[in-house]
Design a protein around this ligand. Structure first.
Ligand code: BGC
Length: 271
């Protein structure tokens, strides 16, 4: 299929989105469904949230399945891919989105907090990307997309902005950056595109403390030149573009969806 500028259609494609029972993952799963994709909706705890996303996708006429898996566990991830492929036939798009925070000042951070964040945010992306590559190659090039497959890693502005009190999280996202770039370099010749989105402050449960009160939101807005907190759909629209053939020549890129947060806003009028 020749990519055109006219469509962001994912018609006939199958996607797996990890951490899709809420927040950014949920928005991406629904955006992919609206664009015509069938979707496997991964969750680890919130079965009801995942089921609601599945129901919404089915209402659109898509095939959809909720799959419980802890992305940091190899056995869980392998089983999730088997079940997703069993339900949807294959996968064309895998979004490595599942992530968490376990915040603490460095001297109080436990090894468990460190290991949990690295395991889910970094090792989880490795395991899911590896599963994706194996399935793309098993299926082979026939299919509705110009690419053999697309992997989207959900990173963070904190892949480059140091974040006091969040050393484990910033380290995990910096790791995602070079994991993504290395995979993109390694896989480009096989027509597997690997890209990342680096969201800033998006209104989701993970950072509710940063926007729940008026005072907190005012403090947060000082870090966002655009002047508003991001919404999950801001990220979902970027993900749709990266998943579609409209971005066929894009690989190894990180798309910042952050309202300018990574642009050192503290320097506005200073320095
Ligand atoms: C974090 C949020 C935070 C945002 C901007 C994200 O990666 O998960 O908690 O609000 O970065 O600092």
């Amino acid at each position: 299929m020749t990519p055109t500028h006219t469509s962001l259609s994912l018609q006939g494609q199958a996607a797996l989105v990890t951490g899709a029972s809420s927040g950014i993952g949920r928005a991406m799963a629904l955006a992919f469904g609206h664009a015509g994709a069938d979707v496997a909706v991964n969750f680890v705890r919130d079965a009801d949230g995942a089921e609601a996303v599945v129901q919404e996708l089915r209402t659109m006429g898509r095939r959809a399945v909720a799959l419980r898996a802890d992305v940091s566990r190899e056995g869980d991830v392998d089983a999730m891919f088997q079940r997703a492929i069993g339900a949807l036939g294959t996968l064309h798009i895998v979004v490595c989105n599942a992530g968490l925070q376990r915040d603490a000042p460095l001297e109080q951070m436990t090894l468990e907090q460190w290991n949990t964040v690295i395991a889910v945010n970094l090792t989880g992306q490795f395991l899911c990307a590896r599963g994706a590559v194996r399935e793309f190659k098993r299926r082979g090039p026939q299919g509705p997309s110009a690419a053999l497959g697309k992997i989207i890693c959900i990173s963070s502005v904190h892949q480059q902005i140091p974040w006091a009190g969040h050393a484990n999280y910033a380290a995990s996202k910096a790791g995602v950056m070079l994991l993504m770039q290395t995979m993109a370099q390694e896989l480009a010749a096989e027509r597997i595109r690997v890209n990342a989105i680096a969201p800033g402050a998006i209104r989701t449960p993970i950072n509710a403390d940063a926007w729940r009160t008026r005072e907190a939101e005012d403090a947060l807005l000082k870090l966002i030149p655009h002047g508003r907190v991001g919404e999950p759909d801001d990220v979902a629209r970027a993900a749709l573009w990266l998943a579609s053939d409209a971005s066929d020549y894009v690989t190894g890129a990180t798309l910042f969806v952050d309202g300018g947060m990574a642009l050192y806003p503290a320097f506005i009028g200073g320095g």
